[in-house]
Design a protein around this ligand. Sequence first.
Ligand code: C5P
Length: 292
Amino acid sequence: MPFWSRKARPLSKLPMTTAEGFAPAKVNLTLHVTGQRADGYHLLDSLVVFADLGDRLWYEPGPRLSLEVTGPFSQGVPADARNLVWRAAEAARWTGCIRLEKNLPHGAGIGGGSSDAAAALRDLGGPTSAALALGADVPVCLSSAPQRMTGIGEVLTLVPTVPALNMVLVNPGGAVPTPAVFAALAEKSHPAMDEIPAVAEHAEFIDWLSCQRNDLEAPARSCAPQIDAALTSLNQADLVRMSGSGATCFGVFADPGTAREAALRIGSLHPTWWVRACRTIAGSAGQVPPYG
Ligand code: C5P
């Protein structure tokens, strides 16, 4: 049985009527590691976008906080204060029942718990100042727009010129612990991203993207050799890269049909992998508040 289709926990009979939230998958189009702070955290320069697929949340106010985790990736996800969603609700001083549907693989470099936590913090009216304490990736997940992320993840700038991209996400299985990948990174100081193009035709954007990097790809491959096969499977894409600290890799395609065909082909060749075609959310004007 594929690792992502283990039997989901049965849904409870809770009246899930109040409010619904969405925690999209986060994709690091680039991830440059530019230094390391004295406390061990790494300085990043990353272009982050969000996909039109993700985890879902439902909120039902009540006297006590409780959490129910369902969905294809619910196994092993704690339903208590160890879960970032729980801690986001506490930061918002909100009580009630939260149902979290885990559709995304976790420990996978595509946001997972960080996007869930950001959705709960936003949906429950929590202070954005609480985001960074929940995790370095949580501030960027408060908005679904393309953003340039620097600092350790808390310095954010909207990048409205990033076009919507047709993608295939491929996760070959096996959670990859982020601290282990950073620890395996030998050189901590790499060049920052090149200036992001102001005009964003697909071909020009892909040309620019192909000159950027994910500096965590080499250390992640040494920790998780299955990433090699995931990258190879996407070789018909216009651009192939790993997201975050892996193991999820993405391929960018010119149109949705080609992406869907590639997803079907890769999925049939590797039935135990998690493979999804998606489209990213395009840039838009606006502002992100300071999260630091
Ligand atoms: O902040 P978060 O708990 O999500 O980070 C998980 C781990 O990833 C940290 O403990 C650290 O080892 C590593 N990390 C880092 N630099 C960052 C983000 C994460 O070293 N900017």
